[in-house]
Design a protein around this ligand. Structure first.
Ligand code: SF4
Length: 336
C-alpha cells in the first residue's frame, strides 16, 4: 500500500512527513519507525492491514477514565513505532518490523469494522498496543468506515506526529489517550530518541479541538522523578490544557533496556498529591491498591465513579453532573 505524507527529493530519494523525524529515505531504506519504506521512489506502508493484536478490552485499560466508563472497546495494533523508548512495555511489537515478526494476520478495514459492530455492547475501535500513527493509512481507512457504522474511534498515542496528518485525523477520532513521558528535551532525546516539543504541540492541537483527551505519565525512578520538572509539567498542563485535564500517573516496572527498580508506591503517592495541586482529575495506574482510582467531585468531594480492578461503577453521577451538588464533570457517559 502506498503511504501518504511524503515528498520526492532528488532522484528516487523521498522524505516522509508523517512524523517530526521527517526521514529522508534512499531507495530500499526504511524509516526510523521500521514500517515505512522507499521502494523505487514510492513510500510504502508495509504494515497496512497487518494485525498483531485484536482484543476486546475495558476502556479503563487504554487508560481512559472519563470516556464511557465501564464500557469495552475492540482494540487493535500492529508492529512498529517512531520512538525507541528504552522502557517500552510492548517492545516485542513496537521495536520490530513486518518481516521479522511472524505472528501478523491480514485484515481489511471492513472486516475489523464488521467485527467491532458485531460485539454486543462494544463502544468502537481503539488503535493501540504499538504506536498507531505509524499505521496511519490503515487506521484512517478503518476509522472512516467505523464512523459510517456509528462506532467510536480511540487513539492511544505518543503524540509524535506532524501537524497536518494530526489535523486530518482529528475529525474521525473521538478520544485521544496521549503519553507525556517527561518534561525535558534531554529525557526525550536520551530515552526515547525523539523530542518533546512536537508532543506538546500535538496536545495543544487536540485540546483546541472538541475531542476527548486524557494523558498518561509513566513515572520512572531517577529518570523523570525530579519534582521541579514535574511541577513545570503540571503548570504547563494547567495553563495550556486546563485544570480539568485528566492525568494518569503510571507505575514503572523494569522492562526492555531499563532495569531500574519499580517505582515505589510512596513516590507515586507523592507525585499524585503534587499533581492534584494543579489538576482536578489525577489517577494512579499499575498500583496494587485501589488508591488513586476513583473519581470525586472537585467541588463537593462526592464519590462519582468507583473503580476496583476493571470493575467500574457510576456511583454519584447524574448524566455528566455530580448527583450531589450539580457540578458539571468532564466525563462522557451513556445518557439515560
Ligand atoms: S513515520 Fe516513520 S518513516 Fe515517516 S518520518 Fe516518522 S519515523 Fe520516519
Amino acid at each position: 500500500m502506498e503511504a501518504r505524507y511524503y515528498i520526492t527529493e532528488e532522484g528516487q530519494d523521498i522524505r516522509c512527513n508523517l512524523c517530526p523525524h521527517n526521514c529522508l529515505l534512499k531507495n530500499g531504506q526504511s524509516g526510523i519507525c521500521r514500517v515505512r519504506k522507499n521502494r523505487d521512489g514510492i513510500l510504502l506502508s508495509e504494515n497496512y492491514g497487518k494485525v498483531c493484536s485484536l482484543h476486546l478490552d475495558p476502556i479503563e485499560k487504554k487508560p481512559l477514565y472519563h470516556y464511557y466508563p465501564g464500557r469495552n472497546i475492540l482494540s487493535v495494533g500492529t508492529v512498529g513505532c517512531n520512538l525507541h523508548c528504552r522502557f517500552c512495555q510492548n517492545w516485542e511489537i513496537s521495536q520490530t518490523n513486518v518481516k521479522d515478526y511472524p505472528y501478523l494476520k491480514e485484515y481489511s478495514p471492513a472486516s475489523i469494522v464488521d467485527m467491532a459492530a458485531a460485539e454486543a455492547g462494544n463502544l468502537g475501535i481503539a488503535y493501540t498496543y504499538n504506536e498507531p500513527t505509524v499505521w496511519y493509512e490503515f487506521m484512517k481507512d478503518i476509522a472512516d468506515k467505523a464512523i459510517d457504522a456509528g462506532l467510536n474511534n480511540i487513539v492511544v498515542t505518543n503524540g509524535f506526529i506532524n501537524p497536518d496528518p494530526l489535523k486530518e485525523l482529528i475529525p474521525v477520532i473521538h478520544a485521544f489517550s496521549v503519553d507525556l513521558k517527561a518534561f525535558t528535551e534531554a529525557f526525550y532525546k536520551q530515552l526515547t530518541s525523539s523530542s518533546l516539543a512536537p508532543v506538546l504541540e500535538s496536545l495543544k492541537t487536540i485540546r483546541a479541538s472538541d475531542r476527548h483527551l486524557e494523558m498518561t505519565n509513566l513515572l520512572i525512578p531517577d529518570e523523570n522523578d525530579n519534582e521541579k520538572d514535574f511541577r513545570k509539567m503540571m503548570e504547563w498542563i494547567n495553563k495550556e490544557l486546563g485544570p480539568d485535564t485528566v492525568l494518569h500517573i503510571s507505575r514503572f516496572f523494569p522492562t526492555y533496556k531499563l532495569t531500574h527498580n519499580a517505582t515505589p508506591e510512596s513516590l507515586l503517592k507523592k507525585f499524585y498529591e503534587i499533581a492534584r495541586e494543579y489538576l482536578h482529575y489525577v489517577y494512579l495506574g499499575n498500583v496494587s491498591s485501589d488508591k488513586g482510582r476513583d473519581t470525586y467531585c472537585p467541588k463537593c468531594g462526592h464519590l462519582l465513579i468507583s473503580r476496583s480492578g476493571y470493575h467500574t461503577r457510576l456511583a454519584g453521577l447524574e448524566d455528566d453532573k455530580c448527583a450531589k451538588c450539580g457540578e458539571a464533570i468532564p466525563v462522557v457517559v451513556q445518557r439515560a
